[in-house]
Design a protein. Structure first.
Length: 187
């Protein structure tokens, strides 16, 4: 329970919600402006299986990886696209956070481009000199990871349980996101 409160306490920093690309109404965030889980979000979190979700991705090198490959690590997944302005706006702060935590072997980042156009995403990352590990979808996503809007950030704990899911733009440098991820990785 403490780890869920920890991630949820990302609070205002996780809620620098400006806009999202996708459906006009977008998905609702699971975190209130005060950083508390909303009732429907708590149900979504409890619905997650205690094992890693069955999802696979392709790396920029064409290798297939599954979420289960990251068991024992905190996973920060950011779903995005090169045509999505909020995704592009939040990318520098996400990249900086990943660089700041690159020496923490218990945390991994996944920039998951949703258009399945890896070449375009690789070119975008190179042009902007981002070091984020890049992935593309390799099959259908489990229902718990589906969204009609991007950007979307999902954080899994070391057991693969969803501890935070937020649709909309974030400022990953605000608040205590870094400290909270480190603390979660130490549990």
């Amino acid at each position: 329970m403490r780890k869920k409160q920890l991630i949820i306490s990302l609070g205002v920093s996780l809620l620098f919600f400006v806009s999202a690309c996708g459906s006009p109404n977008g998905d609702k965030s699971n975190v209130s402006e005060e950083g508390k889980v909303e009732a429907s979000a708590a149900a979504d979190v409890k619905a997650a299986e205690p094992t890693y979700l069955n999802a696979s991705f392709k790396t920029a090198k064409g290798e297939t990886v599954k979420l289960g490959d990251f068991k024992g690590k905190v996973v920060v997944m950011n779903f995005w696209a090169t045509w999505c302005p909020p995704c592009i706006i939040e990318m520098p702060s996400l990249d900086k956070l990943a660089l700041d935590l690159k020496d923490n072997d218990n945390i991994t980042f996944m920039a998951v481009e949703v258009d399945r156009n890896l070449k375009k995403a690789v070119d975008f990352m190179a042009k902007n000199k981002y070091a984020l590990p890049l992935y593309t979808l390799d099959g259908d996503l489990p229902q718990e990871l589906e969204s009609s809007s991007i950007p979307m950030t999902v954080i899994l704990d070391k057991k693969g349980e969803i501890v935070a899911k937020h649709t909309g733009m974030l400022d990953f440098g605000a608040g205590k996101i870094k400290e909270n991820l480190v603390e979660l990785s130490n549990e």
